[in-house]
Design a protein around this ligand. Structure first.
Ligand code: UGA
Length: 423
């Protein structure tokens, strides 16, 4: 059992804290937002993440997990202090390190000699040096330990990692951090802080490139009569390519890929390098949003103005209430610009205030009432259980656009169905 402190209780900090407590470590969490800590002390988890609530409740009752509003109380005697604060995008696309550096400066005088400071926040190459300069403590070890948790399955990912990456000047400290995960059979990459930092951006950018490519192939399928499902199956079975992350959609989004691809471009630029392929993936993604809207618009001889469009799904992907940089909202904005009238349904995500022209309803049937078309933008599993016969009669026109290929076969015969990646 180790003494761990987590600074920042966002989804990375909270899921990691819960995971470490479940593994038997004593974990104390601190956040500058006192109201959030007070709610967590009462067991109220502020985000929707499968399995998280149960582990937090268990950790609170066993005493292995606790939440603190005083930094000194949260860090006294800590062996490992994880920085899990946000690194939002600056105006120029680079990552804003101010929260990371402020957390470092605040915690520095409280750390015991020999303790290890771990940065889990996604930070640009060269951050280790900046953090160590703010730390001003040669007796503290520094380890960069990027996270690979997906929202919606972060707890599963925590306990089933593909690899553990630890970057440090001290191999001993790096291995101690890796050992906290109790994953003796998982490959561990022990490397320099710079490589660890770049692994995170390169991984997210590669996945974004993969998706932009799949969405472009889907567009080719729509024009040629090929079916993206069969194409990705045939391509993904090549073990050099792999079948994961090949689902086409309305574009990629979320709190990580858009921010991290832009940050990688900014890192490359400041280093005097370029990444044309990441640039292309970002612009290809914008083109995907536009292609989806155009395809729907082409179904109406007189355009989208005044058309009542129902939207199913607002979250950037299923199993989360997160709408940050959600493709669904990108598409909603474009539909509004084209003059459409929108009614949306999502099982848990909410329409943001800056899109208050979109009416939100709390049931999928209400959303489609009198609609001229339905567009499915998030792959919520519940949409797959819906039978077309219960919805199509409520619509003004039976036009349905499934951008996630999530609807079941009942929709094929009952509606005028268009699907992404299929003519
Ligand atoms: C991503 C990475 O997958 C995690 O490994 C990483 O830790 C995380 O960013 C982060 O940097 O914190 P996340 O943003 O939660 O995780 O979501 P993903 O599951 O990767 O999905 C990102 C976007 O790609 C979503 O819009 C999703 O709908 C889309 N997607 C994903 C597809 O369109 N098709 C796919 O086959 C997979």
């Amino acid at each position: 059992m180790s003494e761990i402190t987590i600074l920042g209780t966002g989804y990375v900090g909270l899921c990691s804290a819960a995971g470490f407590s479940k593994l038997g470590h004593r974990v104390r969490c601190y956040d500058v937002v006192e109201a959030k800590i007070e709610r967590l002390q009462n067991g109220a988890v502020p985000i929707y993440e499968d399995g998280l609530q149960e582990i937090v409740t268990e950790g609170l009752s066993s005493g292995l997990l606790s939440f603190h509003t005083e930094l000194a109380e949260a860090t006294e005697g800590a062996e490992f202090v994880f920085i899990c604060v946000p690194t939002p995008q600056d105006e120029d696309g680079s990552a804003d390190l101010s929260y990371v550096l402020a957390a470092t400066t605040n915690v520095s005088p409280l750390l015991a000699d020999g303790a290890t400071l771990v940065v889990k926040s996604t930070v640009p190459v060269g951050t280790a040096e900046k953090v160590c300069n703010s730390l001003k403590r040669s007796s503290i070890n520094y380890v960069s330990n990027p996270e690979f948790l997906r929202e919606g399955s972060a707890i599963w990912d925590f306990f089933n990692p593909d690899r553990i990456v630890v970057g440090s000047e001290s191999e001993k400290a790096a291995l101690e951090v890796a050992n906290l995960y109790c994953q003796s059979n998982v490959p561990t990459i022990v490397t320099s802080p710079a490589s660890a930092e770049l692994i995170k951006y390169a991984a997210n950018s590669f996945l974004a490139i993969k998706l932009s490519f799949v969405n472009e192939v889907a567009a080719i399928c729509e024009k040629t009569g090929a079916d993206i499902r069969d194409v990705t199956e045939g391509v993904g079975l090549d073990s050099r390519i792999g079948g994961k992350f090949l689902n086409p959609g309305p574009g990629w989004g979320g709190s990580c890929f858009p921010k991290d691809t832009r940050a990688l471009l900014s890192i490359a630029e400041s280093a005097g390098a370029t990444s044309q392929i990441v640039e292309a993936a970002v612009s290809s993604n914008i083109h995907t949003f536009e292609r989806i809207v155009d395809r729907l618009a082409h179904k109406f001889s007189d355009g989208l103005a005044g058309k009542h469009i129902a939207i199913w799904g607002l979250a950037f992907k299923a199993n989360t209430d997160d709408i940050r940089e959600s493709p669904a909202l990108e598409i909603a904005r474009r539909l509004l610009d084209a003059g459409a009238v929108l009614t949306a349904y999502d099982p848990i995500a909410k329409i943001p205030t800056n899109l208050n022209k979109v009416a939100q309803v709390s049931d999928a049937k209400k959303a489609v009432e009198s609609a001229d078309a339905l567009i499915v933008l998030t792959e919520w599993p519940e949409f797959n259980t819906y039978n077309a016969s219960e919805f199509i009669p409520l619509m003004n026109m039976p036009l349905v656009f499934d951008t996630r290929r999530v609807l079941n076969q009942t929709w094929e015969s009952a509606s005028d169905l268009i699907q992404v990646g299929r003519r």
